[in-house]
Design a protein around this ligand. Structure first.
Ligand code: SF4
Length: 473
């Protein structure tokens, strides 16, 4: 590839003038991370990201198949792009019709890519989850005139080796350490859309993170995977070993990981929560249900007793740790008794936050074969009961924050009731809002200490105590 450093970039036979890509991402952090990776690859073809769809030369949807709502939103947004073909956008500089390319990637594209391209005339190509790093080649093909193609192949190599791509300017980075999932929970589409588990090698991840810290100013890293606890299984390595190594990197301030499966949380990992200084005071450990019989039907491989023992061990290893979870209300044929077991679990587990959903069937998963008698009304009512109870627990847990001081990495600002407030996350992942002490001062990406002054179940307010600037002393 030849780069001219002027307006156009020559790649193969084609000139790529500066162009804009607009992306819409649905679903989990893996998808958001994939989108960041896509944008980074596309910069080699002279694309920059735009927030304005009307400015775009290339429109990409990065889809999610896990929840029905995300599915529906994607289909409706894709449907709306029809007008780009019917009423083409005019390029403001040339006054000519813009030839907008439209693509769909991610989990829905992995399983339904060919059908999507066939059904939606405006869709130029679709690509799956394992070919993200080939996006440049696909966009090249589209600009070379090839239309209506689908790339959903799996990477068959034994190794999973990548270098993390980030958007410059933030001190936070997501680092993929494992892809795919071998668990096959009965309700989950992920093993079909993301393939089997494959880990990066420990030394490669350590080198990658060290590079991000030393050369890109990264201070907070989130290790990503569908099931990060399986990291390194086939290589005699483990997540605990990786955390231990990363904990030694000077300049790295915080280390997070997500998502975990309770079955694979080892004693070694529990212990590292007590000893690794950079590992945050937060663990997201999806439980999905408080009923053992539902967990069996979900093929989750653990019992509630095992789960609660894990929480106790984690809290013993790190008394500051905060636990959040995922919960599915109304799994097929869930009885009132099983639902009450979930309600009881809320009391026992004392979660700091729950990502709660009603069950929605995903085509091809085992749970869809159950002859389900539950209605959507029952599911919604149960979800509301779970959420109402959780709000009370959450408000009480967060009440304990009042008067204490927390270290916060400032991410954003917003105006609330006419007052400009900054917000950021504590080590335990709680979002804290505070007013700056100097008007017009930009606190974004500063480390600050904030004393908590008031809380509700969903919002935490505080006052600024110390501003350390962008680098901690
Ligand atoms: S562990 Fe279960 S829920 Fe999580 S990605 Fe794998 S199959 Fe899906």
């Amino acid at each position: 590839m030849e780069s001219t450093n002027t307006k156009s970039v020559k790649v193969g036979e084609l000139d790529f003038p500066p162009r804009k890509v607009w992306m819409k991402t649905y679903g989990c952090q893996m998808n958001y991370h994939d989108s960041e990776r896509i944008v980074s690859h596309l910069s080699n073809l002279n694309f920059t990201l735009t927030d304005e769809k009307t400015e775009a030369d290339l429109v990409i949807f990065n889809t999610c198949a896990v929840r029905d709502l995300a599915n529906q939103k994607f289909y409706s947004a894709l449907g709306e792009t029809k007008h780009i073909r019917e009423n083409p956008v005019i390029d403001p500089e040339t006054g000519l019709k813009k030839d907008v390319i439209i693509a769909a990637g991610g989990c829905i594209a992995q399983t339904e890519g060919k059908d999507l391209v066939k059904k939606y005339k405006q869709l130029d190509f679709a690509f799956g989850t394992d070919v993200i790093d080939n996006i440049g080649e696909m966009v090249y093909r589209a600009y070379a005139g090839e239309k209506k193609f689908t790339v959903t192949t799996w990477d068959k190599s034994d190794n999973y080796s990548i270098e993390t791509k980030i958007t410059p300017g933030t001190p936070m980075a997501f680092v993929n350490i494992i892809k795919g999932c071998d668990k096959f929970c009965s309700y989950c589409i992920v093993p079909f859309t993301r393939g089997r588990e494959k880990s990066r090698r420990l030394h490669e991840v350590v080198t990658d993170v060290r590079r991000l810290v030393e050369y890109s100013g990264i201070q907070e890293v989130t290790l990503l995977g569908q099931n990060v606890n399986s990291f390194g299984k086939d290589n005699g390595e483990s997540l605990a070993m990786l955390i231990q190594e990363l904990d030694q990197i000077n300049g790295l301030q915080r280390l997070r990981y997500t998502t975990s499966h309770p079955y694979d949380v080892t004693d070694e990992l529990v212990a590292i929560h007590g000893s690794a200084k950079k590992l945050v005071n937060h663990l997201h450990l999806p439980v999905q249900s408080g009923s053992n019989t539902v967990l069996q039907r979900m093929l989750r491989e653990y019992t509630i007793e095992h789960y609660l023992t894990l929480l106790a061990k984690m809290r013993k290893a790190n008394p500051e740790i905060i636990i959040t979870t995922d919960m599915i209300a109304g799994f097929p044929n869930e009885t009132e008794e099983e639902h009450h077991a979930t309600m009881d679990l809320l009391d026992k587990a004392q979660f700091d936050f729950i990502y709660g959903y009603t069950y929605s069937p995903r085509k091809g998963t085992k749970a869809t074969r159950i002859n389900d008698v539950l209605t959507d009304d029952i599911r919604l009512r149960r979800l509301k009961e779970i959420q109402d109870k959780q709000m009370k627990i959450q408000a009480s847990l967060r009440g304990e924050m009042i008067g204490k001081t927390y270290r916060v990495l400032v991410e954003d600002k917003n105006i609330s009731k006419g007052v400009m407030k900054w917000s950021g996350r504590t080590s335990c992942h709680r979002l804290v809002h505070f007013e700056g002490d100097i008007p017009d001062k930009n606190y974004q990406w500063h480390w600050v200490d904030v004393e908590i002054t008031s809380v509700t179940a969903l919002s935490t307010q505080g006052k600024l105590i110390t501003d350390f600037g962008k680098i901690l002393p």
